[in-house]
Design a protein around this ligand. Structure first.
Ligand code: FAD
Ligand code: NAD
Length: 453
C-alpha cells in the first residue's frame, strides 16, 4: 500500500498532541494528527474541564451557606444535577468544536483512527499507512484499575463524569489529586464521603500543607480513614460494602471511586516493534528534549514520567515543534518551578519545592516564613477555615525556592507569584511590594519574621 507522506505525525489529540500539531503547522510543517476519540483528550473530556465545572458548582453551593450566615434570607438550594451536567457538556462540546476548527484552519490532516507503529517512521492508522521523519507519541494516560475481588463494581474519574445524580454516600480510594478533588466536590454538593488513604494525603506535597488540608477536609465533613487498604467490594441489595485490611466492613455506599494513579497509554502503539523503551506504568522514557530512545520518535505529556498536568503537556508539545520546525534547535521545556493547584476545598497551591525537598537539597540553608489566618470573608460568616501560607527560602538573601498556599482564592493568587519565583524572587522582593488591602493575597507580602529553628 502507498504510504501518505507528512513532515510530522502526532499520535493522540489531547492537550500535548494538539499543541504539538498546531504549533508545527504554524511553522509550515505538513502534519497528520491521529485521534480515534473526542478531540481534547483527558483534560477537556474527563479531566480539568468537567472537574473544574463541578468545582465551581461546589463553590457556589458553599457560598450559599456563607450567604445565609451573612443574613441573606433564602435557604441554600440543592443543585439540579442533570441541568448542570447539560450545561457542562455543552461547554465541553464548544471546546471540541474550536479544536476541530483550528485543525481545519491549519490544514492539519485529522485521522480518526488508533495509531500503531509499523516502523520508526511509519504508522498504521486503520486502513491507511502514514509516514513521516518525525513522530510524536502523545497518547496520554488512563485511570489505573486495581485487580481485587469486586473492584469492577467501582468507577474511576472517567465514569465519575457520567454520573447523572449526586450519590448519597461515596467511598473514595486514594489520597492524591483526584481523590481529594472529587471528595471536596461531592461533599459540598451534599454527599457523605469516606476516603480510604493508604499512606498520607497528597504524597510528595509539603507534609505540613497536606496535613492541614486533611484537617480542613475533615472539618468539612469528609471522613478520612488513614492507613486503610480496601481488599474487596461486594454488592448487597443495590448498595456496596467494602472489606478493609483491618477487618472492618465499611458501607453501605452508593458509589465506590478509585483514584489510585494513572497508567500511560502505550499498549495500543505496538511499540515493541520499534524497540521503544518504556518504564514503570508504561511511561515512555524521554530525555530533556522529549526524545525517546528511537531516533525521530518523541513523546510529550502524560505518556511520559513527567508531571501529569495540562500546561506541561502543552508546553512540551510546543517546545518540541519549535525545535523540529521553528528553527530553535535548543528549545526545551524547563521542568523547574512548575506551579500547580489542587482544586480541593479549600484549594492548595504549590510552586517550587516542599519543605522536605528543600531540606534534602539545601540542608541548613533552608529557612521558613509562615502566615496562618482566617480570611475576612469567612470570619464575618463565623466559618473558621485555616488559611496557611508558607515560604521556603534558602541562603543569606532568602531566595524563594518554594511557595505553598492553602485557602480560599489561592487557585487564582498563585499564578502571579509563580512568575516572581521563576524570576528568582527573594523574601526582600516580597517585603518591598506594597499590600493590596484588604485581601487574602496581601498576607504573602506581609509575612513577619522567620520561623525560628
Ligand atoms: C480527573 C482529572 C482532573 C485533572 N485536572 C487537572 C487540572 O485541573 N489541571 C491540570 O493541569 N491537569 C489536570 N489533569 C491532568 C491533565 O488532564 C493531563 O495532564 C493532560 O490531559 C495530559 O494531556 P496529554 O495530551 O498528555 O494526554 P491526553 O489528554 O490523555 O490525550 C491523549 C489522547 O491520545 C489518544 N490516544 C491514545 N492512544 C492512541 C493511539 N494509539 N492512537 C491515537 N490516539 C490515541 C486518546 O484518545 C487521547 O485523546 C487532570 C486529569 C484528570 C484525570
Ligand atoms: N489539579 C490538577 O492539576 C490535577 C487534578 C487531577 C489530576 N491531576 C493529575 O493527574 C494525576 C493522576 O491523579 P491521581 O489522583 O490518580 O494520582 P496521584 O498520583 O495524585 O494519587 C494516587 C493516590 O493513590 C494512592 N494509591 C496508589 N496505589 C494504591 C493502591 N493500590 N491502593 C490504595 N491507594 C493507592 C496513592 O498513595 C496516592 O494517594 C496526578 O498525579 C496529577 O498530575 C492534576
Amino acid at each position: 500500500m502507498t504510504a501518505e507522506t507528512f513532515d510530522l505525525i502526532v499520535i493522540g489529540g489531547g492537550s500535548g498532541g494538539l499543541a504539538a500539531a498546531i504549533r508545527a503547522s504554524k511553522h509550515g510543517a505538513k502534519v497528520a494528527l491521529l485521534e480515534p476519540n473526542e478531540l481534547g483528550g483527558t483534560c477537556v473530556n474527563v479531566g480539568c474541564v468537567p472537574k473544574k465545572a463541578m468545582w465551581y458548582a461546589a463553590q457556589m453551593a458553599e457560598a450559599q451557606y456563607i450567604a445565609v450566615d451573612y443574613g441573606f434570607h433564602d435557604k441554600p438550594g440543592s443543585l439540579d444535577w442533570p441541568r448542570f451536567i447539560e450545561r457542562r457538556d455543552e461547554y465541553i462540546q464548544r471546546i471540541r468544536g474550536k479544536y476541530a476548527q483550528t485543525l481545519d484552519t491549519g490544514h492539519i490532516t485529522l485521522v480518526r483512527e488508533v495509531g500503531r507503529f509499523l516502523a520508526p517512521d511509519r504508522i498504521q492508522a486503520g486502513p491507511r499507512v502514514l509516514t513521516a521523519p518525525h513522530i510524536v507519541i502523545a497518547t496520554g494516560s488512563s485511570p489505573r484499575r486495581l485487580d481485587k475481588p469486586g473492584f469492577e463494581l467501582g468507577i474511576t474519574s472517567d465514569e465519575f463524569f457520567d454520573l447523572r445524580a449526586c450519590p448519597r454516600r461515596a467511598a473514595i480510594v486514594g489520597g492524591g489529586y483526584i481523590a481529594v478533588e472529587l471528595a471536596g466536590v461531592l461533599r459540598a454538593l451534599g454527599c457523605d464521603v469516606d476516603m480510604y488513604v493508604r499512606g498520607r494525603l497528597m504524597g510528595g506535597f509539603d507534609e505540613e500543607m497536606a496535613f492541614v488540608l486533611g484537617e480542613e477536609m475533615q472539618k468539612h465533613g469528609i471522613d478520612i480513614h488513614y492507613g486503610c487498604q480496601i481488599e474487596a467490594a461486594h454488592e448487597k441489595d443495590g448498595v456496596l460494602l467494602l472489606d478493609c485490611d483491618s477487618g472492618s466492613r465499611p458501607g453501605p455506599y452508593d458509589v465506590l471511586i478509585f483514584a489510585v494513579g494513572r497508567d500511560s497509554n502505550t499498549a495500543s502503539l505496538d511499540a515493541e516493534r520499534i524497540g521503544l523503551r518504556t518504564g514503570e506504568h508504561g511511561h515512555v522514557e524521554i530525555d530533556d528534549y522529549q526524545n525517546t530512545n528511537v531516533p525521530g520518535v518523541y513523546a510529550v505529556g502524560d505518556v511520559t514520567p513527567r508531571m501529569q498536568l495540562t500546561p506541561v503537556a502543552v508546553a512540551a508539545g510546543r517546545k518540541l515543534a519549535d525545535r523540529l520546525f521553528g528553527g530553535k534547535p535548543d528549545a526545551r521545556l524547563d521542568y523547574e518551578n512548575i506551579p500547580s493547584v489542587v482544586f480541593s476545598h479549600p484549594p492548595l497551591g504549590t510552586v517550587g519545592m516542599s519543605e522536605q525537598q528543600a531540606r534534602e537539597r539545601y540542608g541548613a540553608a533552608v529557612h521558613l516564613y509562615k502566615q496562618s489566618f482566617t480570611p475576612m470573608q469567612l470570619a464575618l460568616a463565623h466559618r473558621p477555615m485555616t488559611t496557611l501560607f508558607k515560604l521556603i527560602c534558602v541562603g543569606d538573601d532568602s531566595r524563594i525556592v518554594g511557595m505553598q498556599m492553602l485557602g480560599p482564592g489561592v487557585d487564582e493568587i498563585l499564578q502571579g507569584f509563580a512568575v516572581a519565583i521563576k524570576m528568582g524572587a527573594t523574601k526582600a522582593d516580597l517585603d518591598a511590594t506594597l499590600a493590596i488591602h484588604p485581601t487574602v493575597s496581601e498576607e504573602m507580602v506581609l509575612m513577619g519574621d522567620r520561623v525560628p529553628g
